[in-house]
Design a protein around this ligand. Structure first.
Ligand code: C5P
Length: 230
């Protein structure tokens, strides 16, 4: 059984408010996407990485790992799950249905090398797979339409779902395709597996594995990268 990675990098990133997609914003002079790929390529057990980029994307070819022998590009789709499905379709040419695929957001550059390795160690013998996550520590509120608090959500047992999300190629592809065909738009891979009745495992990671989403995330990501000595 082999390990592969898929990196959805075809989003426009409107919430960050920058003129270029967030995966190409610079962190210490290198694109967010390059930092994310650096960690995946730094894990020797990962045989290859498929990056999904927008078909009109002009920037990908100028990035650090565009010509790396382990990296291949595929066209992204309208939603994240379409981008992932396109990448999985390409992977089926070289990977087996039981091979593991780690899907990692291009916009999560602060993934720790040690969390990635620990996740593979924890899940490689698991029948289903799972995701990196951290327990919620803030009190959670459900809003009403007026922007007031409708109720307080019980925090106990709530986790933030991060990436990588690690599943076997065959079941992952089937789960995402089935959810989409049924009109259920999944926002992560685990929800696809849940949709077909599987119970993915939560692997506790670190809270610095943030997804670049808002303008204030960029200086925070640089702080975390420095803390990790990167
Ligand atoms: O927008 P969001 O932060 O949820 O995006 C998560 C990841 O999915 C990002 O790395 C983004 O580039 C990617 N994405 C994609 N194709 C889309 C939308 C998002 O690959 N159509």
């Amino acid at each position: 059984v082999r390990f592969w990675a898929v990196v959805p990098a075809a989003g426009v990133g409107r919430r960050v408010g920058a003129p270029i997609p967030k995966q190409y914003l610079p962190l210490f002079g290198q694109a967010v996407l390059d930092h994310s790929l650096e960690v995946l390529l730094g894990e020797s057990r990962i045989e290859g990485v498929v990056v999904a980029v927008d078909p009109h994307d002009q920037r990908w070819s100028t990035t650090r790992y565009a010509a790396h022998p382990k990296v291949r590009k595929v066209a992204g789709g309208a939603e994240r799950c379409h981008s992932v499905l396109n990448a999985l379709a390409l992977l089926t040419q070289t990977a087996a249905a039981e091979d593991w695929v780690l899907v990692h957001d291009a916009a999560r550059p602060c993934l720790r090398q040690t969390d990635l390795a620990a996740m593979i160690d924890t899940l490689r013998a698991d029948p289903v797979g799972g995701i990196l996550a951290v327990p919620v520590c803030d009190t959670m509120k459900q809003a009403d339409r007026q922007g007031c608090i409708a109720r307080t959500v019980v925090r106990d047992g709530l986790w933030h779902a991060f990436t990588p999300q690690m599943f076997r190629l065959g079941p992952l592809r089937e789960a995402l395709a089935r959810a989409l065909a049924d009109g259920y738009l999944v926002t992560d891979e685990a929800s696809g597996l849940e949709y077909i009745g599987q119970t993915p495992r939560l692997v506790e990671g670190h809270a610095d594995n943030i997804k670049i989403t808002r303008p204030e995330d960029l200086p925070l990501a640089e702080f975390y990268l420095r803390q990790q000595g990167r």
